[in-house]
Design a protein around this ligand. Structure first.
Ligand SMILES: Cc1ncc(C[n+]2csc(CCOP(=O)(O)OP(=O)(O)O)c2C)c(N)n1
Ligand code: SF4
Length: 286
């Protein structure tokens, strides 16, 4: 059995001390180690990351991984999953990456209910490029590209994902690793598009630890019925990425629906091609 420590790599970690990304790294390693105990084959896990501070996580976990392009984490995840349905595909994206340049890919992954887990390291700024605003920065945020304050209201990705069709929608916080681990495990076990927005403070350019520590509270099964879509919207609107005094973290919504792969393949097995195979297969099928 693999321990979380054994899931580490020899790559030098270059995140700033105090970065919330460390909480996500520790949580995903613990979640994967626990899932291996429950029967998950770690050789059949594929991580896809974008470009940004978050993306370096691909270097720090000893499973198959693929660095994609900024904003384009979902397309390679989709291809990997459809061509290899037995793989467990996990995406790590930044908020700039997923909610800015890549927003249409995210919306369509949710709409199609592709069977994969999508984790957003939401520090509410561009970290790697040193502190520009993103779609989840609060209104009035003063960063490198908005020195006089952002004149826009933030996007609420939790609400957006519920309306787009995601079948598992959650929010975590890097300081609550116990809950984050169980959300990641539940997301991976869920068959369909699982989305977790993780509040991940950027210690260097947007230190939100105190703000979150004062406001976050855990959604429990006792006070929230995650099978009720209307209630999920109500909870999602409780905090609008700036406005609202209490911030719920936990599972907002979960529903069972056929996945894109099930509907597309309808029981058929994908054809495996080598370059020499392509012409006869095309001639036969098209
Ligand atoms: C296609 C493309 N667009 C833009 C960039 C420039 N770029 C690289 S990282 C980055 C911002 C990353 O911010 P975010 O996705 O929030 O991740 P973080 O660094 O905060 O983890 C940008 C704009 C790029 N490399 N490629
Ligand atoms: S710049 Fe921010 S997000 Fe990037 S490693 Fe440093 S603290 Fe983390």
């Amino acid at each position: 059995m693999t321990t979380p420590k054994e899931l580490g790599t020899y790559a030098q970690n270059t995140w700033c001390p105090g970065c919330g990304n460390f909480g996500i790294l520790a949580s995903i390693k613990k979640a994967l180690a626990d899932l291996e105990n429950d029967g998950l084959d770690l050789n059949k896990v594929a991580i896809v990351s974008g470009i940004g501070c978050h993306a370096k996580i691909a270097d720090y976990i000893n499973v198959n991984s693929f660095y994609s392009i900024h904003g384009r984490v979902p397309p390679p995840m989709t291809g990997i999953k459809l061509a290899n349905p037995d793989l467990t595909v996990i995406g790590h994206a930044g908020d700039g990456d997923a909610y800015g340049e890549g927003i249409e890919h995210l919306i369509f992954s949710a709409k199609r209910n592709i069977d994969m887990t999508f984790i957003v390291h939401n520090n509410r700024i561009y970290g790697l490029t040193t502190g520009q605003f993103t779609p989840t920065s609060p209104s009035g945020f003063k960063g490198r590209s908005t020195p006089k304050g952002s004149p826009e209201d933030p996007l609420n990705p939790v609400e957006l994902m519920i309306s787009a069709g995601a079948t598992f929608v959650a929010r975590g916080y890097t300081k609550n690793m116990k809950q984050l681990q169980s959300l990641i495990k539940a997301a991976i076990n869920h068959k369909g598009f699982s989305f977790i927005d993780v509040l991940q403070p950027c210690f260097t350019f947007f230190n939100t630890y105190d703000y979150y520590n004062e406001r976050v509270y855990e959604l429990t099964e006792q006070d929230h019925d995650a099978s009720d879509r209307n209630l999920a919207f109500v909870k999602a609107r409780e905090w609008a990425y700036g406005e609202g005094e209490r911030i719920p973290i936990g599972l907002f919504y979960q529903v069972k629906k056929p996945t894109y792969g099930e509907r597309l393949l309808a029981g058929r097995v994908p054809v495996r091609l080598t370059p020499g195979d392509i012409r006869p297969v095309l001639e036969k099928h098209i």
